[in-house]
Design a protein around this ligand. Structure first.
Ligand SMILES: *Cc1c(COP(=O)(O)O)cnc(C)c1O
Length: 338
């Protein structure tokens, strides 16, 4: 299968699997798993934080951050397109009794700082207390630049808000910006990293922050049923991912640009409105094309894509080579007789 649906479909490579099967393990709820401890120490160190927590998913990492920073009846500001507002089943509200205050994202993925300032509630008992700003980098495949992050940092400092980064794909931002990861991470109080997307581990995210925050998050993780036992088998994969799979993301970005260019050879497909910055390709599809039938025909020929509504998102990752993209375009051309 040539699977262009997401970078979450990546499979662990042989070396990763070998490290997983050889990993030293123990009961992590007792703090006894040496490989989990190694991952937590290593990831705290390379991102410039005091502490780190290995968690089941990016969704859990975000929820822990929101619940650790905000009490019941408090709120966090985020983008209208933020994953932790839109795509996490309303967990902050349902499980944390925390109110999201979404603000529309600008075309470049940022949130206008003046709009953030205007949304921060004054200290008045009519209002929920604003405690945190959550940014996402990359967001919809777009990279937030360092200058923007610095400005957001100044703003949150001025108003006493915590600044959180949903960094599910922060390594794609790091590679696209060609900077050290700490140039990004140092602007934030807390941050998440997905190990299970482009970095290629099968399961898990890390949550980063200071000791007090991570202790609080650890308690909430237990409450949510996220305490894991011999999780070193998974942590070993995460360590391998952080040590070996970062720089290769540049390949995914180059392949995404190539794919965005080649899809324009197909009738009714147009990616020109969307600039490719990382590994996500967006395109419009004209009404003459029945996307559902097209996707079904492609699936029958070993190409997996998610049909969207008059458009689609295609994602490159370690399982997609340039040849795979050519195969996809060739088969699509046969389908369209062009
Ligand atoms: C995928 C993703 C998450 C959630 O990660 P899961 O491991 O799928 O729960 C959070 N934020 C962003 C930006 C993501 O892309």
């Amino acid at each position: 299968m040539i699977d262009l649906r997401s970078d979450t479909v990546t499979l662990p490579c042989k070396n990763m699997r070998r490290l997983m099967s050889n990993a030293m393990v123990g009961d992590d709820v007792y703090g006894d798993d040496p490989t989990v401890n190694e991952l937590e120490h290593y990831s705290a160190a390379i991102h410039g934080f005091d502490a780190s927590l290995f968690v089941t998913s990016g969704t859990q990492a975000n929820l822990l951050a929101i619940m650790a920073h905000c009490d019941r009846g408090e709120e966090y500001i985020c983008g209208q397109n933020a994953h932790n507002y839109r795509y996490e089943a309303g967990g902050a509200a349902v499980l944390g009794s925390v109110q999201p205050q979404p603000i529309e994202n600008e075309a470049d993925g940022t949130i206008c700082l003046d709009k953030i300032r205007a949304a921060i509630k004054p200290n008045d008992f009519h209002f929920a207390k604003t405690k945190m700003l959550s940014l996402e980098n990359t967001i919809g495949g777009k990279v937030l630049g360092l200058d923007y992050l610095k400005s957001a940092r100044s703003l949150t400092k001025k108003f006493g808000l915590k600044l959180h980064l949903d960094g599910a794909r922060v390594y794609n931002a790091k590679v696209a910006l060609d900077v050290e990861i700490t140039e990004i991470s140092k602007q934030f109080d807390t941050m998440t990293v997905c190990l299970s997307k482009g970095l290629g581990a099968p399961v898990g995210s890390i949550l980063l922050g200071d000791e007090e925050f991570i202790e609080k998050a650890r308690r909430i993780r237990k409450m949510l049923g996220g305490g894991m036992r011999q999780a070193g088998i998974l942590a070993a994969a995460g360590l391998y991912a952080l040590k070996n799979n970062v720089e290769r993301l540049a390949e995914d970005h180059a392949n995404a640009s190539y794919l965005a260019q080649r899809v324009n050879e197909l009738p009714g497909f147009d990616s020109s409105k969307y600039q490719v910055q990382t590994n996500l390709v967006f395109l419009d599809v004209s009404e003459e094309v029945d996307i559902a039938s097209f996707s079904k025909a492609m699936y029958e020929q070993g190409i997996n894509i998610t049909p969207g509504y008059q458009g689609m998102r295609l994602v490159t990752h370690s399982g997609i080579s340039r040849d795979d993209i050519d195969v996809f375009i060739d088969k699509a051309k046969v389908y369209f007789n062009c």
